[in-house]
Design a protein around this ligand. Sequence first.
Ligand code: UD1
Length: 387
Amino acid sequence: MSLRICHVVGARPNYMKAAPLVRALAKHSGVGQTVVHTGQHYDFNMSDVFFQQLGMSEPDINLQVGSGTHAQQTAAIISLFEPVVIKVSPRVVVVYGDVNSTIAAALVCSKLGIPVAHVEAGLRSFDRTMPEEINRLLTDQICDLLFTPSADGNTNLAREGVASEKVHLVGNVMIDTLVRMLPKSREHKPPSSERFVLVTLHRPSNVDDLQWLGAMLETLDKIGGDTPVLFPVHPRTQKGLNQVLAKSGACKHVRLMDPLPYLEFLALQQAAALVITDSGGIQEETTFLGIPCLTVRENTERPVTVELGTNILVGRDLNRLQYEAQRILSGKRKKGQIPEFWDGRAAERIAEVLVERYSERADRLVPKPSVATRPPAWGPSRWRPSR
Ligand code: UD1
């Protein structure tokens, strides 16, 4: 095998981004792939079920880092990933999105002299209180290849002094997965034939402040008085909700559910009259599907979903949230367009660049680290032979 590529995934939104690239690279002869899961997300319904539904083989290696503070989680990934990547010795490592696993793996590789490619580069919320914004900024500074989903990403990277030769506008890999899985998702019927509003919330700024979370739940309950609300709850949000509900009692018109697998959630998005969210990926998916989306954040790193798509930022203003929800539910929907290159072929474009760039020099060895390294910390349970 002349070209070994290592993918690093860790959290729920990474799997939909890695799946199409793993498939696209598998079509190129001479490419070997190793998928490393950091274990940042570990619950069955936050991880394994996505691998099953997306048709991905199990990860070759799972670092099993689990939960912790940002420092603990990032540090654990760094120290466990270093010996793994030395052993795998890939020609290039691919990292995805903006989660702690992304920056941790990129940092390890950049210090070892192993080239790193960042998929979903260049997005900026310009809000440095978001942990993901710090991860985005730092990852893009140390990566060798930057694949942007939309033109604003190129503008942001140019402003930060990133050399234009490193940057490739390829489109949105998350939409590749959506396009491929749409037919299958239609086999999943929504839980009721009634019109409904779909809600997801998990950003620390929304769910860690219990007073705010309680106020949001009240507003959702009011919206649900007209049109029932379905709310699949992220584990982070569940912790806060338990406390809020213990104090204020049940909310009648909001149906709380466990986090859903990809296909079931995609089916719900397509059938929803409105989606209310603080997720980045869901802003994109609703734009592609033409479903109205209200984003409960002051900013978005996906401005194209507001400029072209169906997304409206309502900020931290619950009166505005209720007002915009009522407008949409009464039929006043924003019409959107699909951004350029969100066509289901972004991963093919990335694969072309990676193969062209790294095949020709694939016979050269990856530079060995100059630091003394401990023996690999993974045992048999963490290691399976690479594909
Ligand atoms: C992470 C990402 C965020 C992404 C989100 C998608 C960072 C900084 N944030 O946020 O960008 O949008 O994933 O889900 O990387 N937990 C479980 N089971 C799990 C996973 C997490 O119970 O399978 C709990 C953890 O114990 C923790 C909380 O959920 O208390 C948060 O998990 P964490 O990975 O730290 O961040 P997310 O909020 O999920």
